[in-house]
Design a protein around this ligand. Structure first.
Ligand code: 2P0
Length: 337
């Protein structure tokens, strides 16, 4: 019997991925950029065991057995085994089955990129178990699109690619976390309920019905990606923050432009947006940026020097007795799993 355990972090997009051009291969309509967190508060942990005594592949998610027949899961397993057959045929015999145990220590499916960390962790663990080397981000991408970004640390770009096969739709590192060590993220967990519309379904509906999505993917994001890379390389927080907020707002505008609309933010999310704009206006400069994924929870980017004042502001605006809003502090990471 042989066993490997890995942990993988969540990533938070500053240029959002929303919409696929190929559902099977999970090829996106536009590039996206994220930062990978380094905190044990927000990560997935996966153990995979292989044994000649196992009679079938099985998986447990957060302690509950799930079907191994999930096509994305099956595909990741199949592809790692295919690479292993070529690269390392003697590490795990082909006849052996695997048992997979995976858990998240944060709300699953509440718009906190749980599938990104989960599939990144699964693919990295399988790759290690089977002794596979090289870039496996294209395999993680086929588990969940945003998972390919969690395979790398620091500032990461997922290139949409142009090949029909998806071979160039991979993640690359723009810069390691050490490039901008003062950058901090606060994750405000507004709600840990499962979202009504999953990202996968939400983006399918957007592709089918939103007129704004095409404009965003083809006219807006390419320019934003260039500006964002420059802001990151120059450690220009004002630019970084403004693009981050505009991109979050545009992604939610696309969600609302979808028919029927996908509403991910709630009243508390909108209160947070207003609070941050007022805070920045009071300082006469952008000190904090917000971004929201497919859920109501807020991620706030700021420099380390601002953390005490912002935490104080959040405590003041959302007293614990009135509202459940947990603040998790995320740092960036150098590497992933
Ligand atoms: C992102 N999201 O860039 C965007 C922003 C949500 C909003 O990537 O269908 O769970 O598995 O590829 O990766 C969520 O999408 O969707 C996502 P699939 P995924 O982080």
């Amino acid at each position: 019997m042989t066993r490997v355990t890995c942990i993988a972090p969540v990533n938070i997009a500053v240029i959002k991925y929303w919409g696929k051009r190929n559902e099977t291969l999970i090829l996106p309509l536009n590039d996206s950029i994220s930062t990978t967190l380094c905190t044990h508060d927000l990560c997935a942990k996966t153990s995979v065991m292989a044994s000649p005594e196992f009679t079938e592949d099985r998986i447990w998610l957060n302690g509950r057995e799930e079907s191994i027949k999930n096509p994305r899961l099956k595909n990741c397993l199949l592809q790692i085994r295919r690479v292993a057959r070529d690269q390392t045929p003697n590490v795990i015999p082909e006849s052996w089955h695997v048992h997979i145990c995976s858990e998240n220590n944060f709300p699953t499916a509440a718009g906190l990129a749980s599938s990104a960390a989960g599939y990144a962790c699964l693919v990295a663990t399988l790759a290690q178990l089977y002794g596979v080397s090289g870039d496996v981000s294209a395999i993680a991408r086929q588990g969940s699109g945003s998972a390919c970004r969690s395979m790398l640390g620091g500032f990461v770009r997922w290139h949409k690619g142009v090949e029909e096969s998806g071979s160039d739709s991979i993640a690359t590192q723009i810069a390691p976390a050490s490039h901008w060590p003062e950058l901090r993220i606060l994750v405000l967990v507004v709600s840990d309920h499962k979202k009504k519309t999953s990202s996968t379904i939400g983006m399918q509906n957007s592709v089918a019905t939103s007129e704004l999505l095409n404009y965003r993917a083809h006219q807006v994001v390419p320019g934003r990606v260039k500006k964002m890379e420059k802001a990151i390389m120059e450690k220009d927080f004002t630019q970084f923050a403004e693009i981050t907020m505009r991109d979050s707002n545009q992604f939610h505008a696309v969600a609302l432009d979808t028919y029927p609309p996908a509403v991910y933010m709630n009243d508390t999310s909108h209160s947070i947006v207003n609070l941050i704009h007022k805070f920045n206006a009071a300082h006469g400069q952008i000190k904090v940026a917000y971004t929201f994924d497919a859920g109501p929870n807020a991620c706030l980017y700021m420099l380390e020097s601002e953390v005490p004042e912002v935490v104080g502001l959040i405590d003041w605006a959302f007293p614990a007795k009135d509202m459940k809003i947990n603040v998790l502090r995320g740092l960036q990471t150098e590497r992933n799993v």
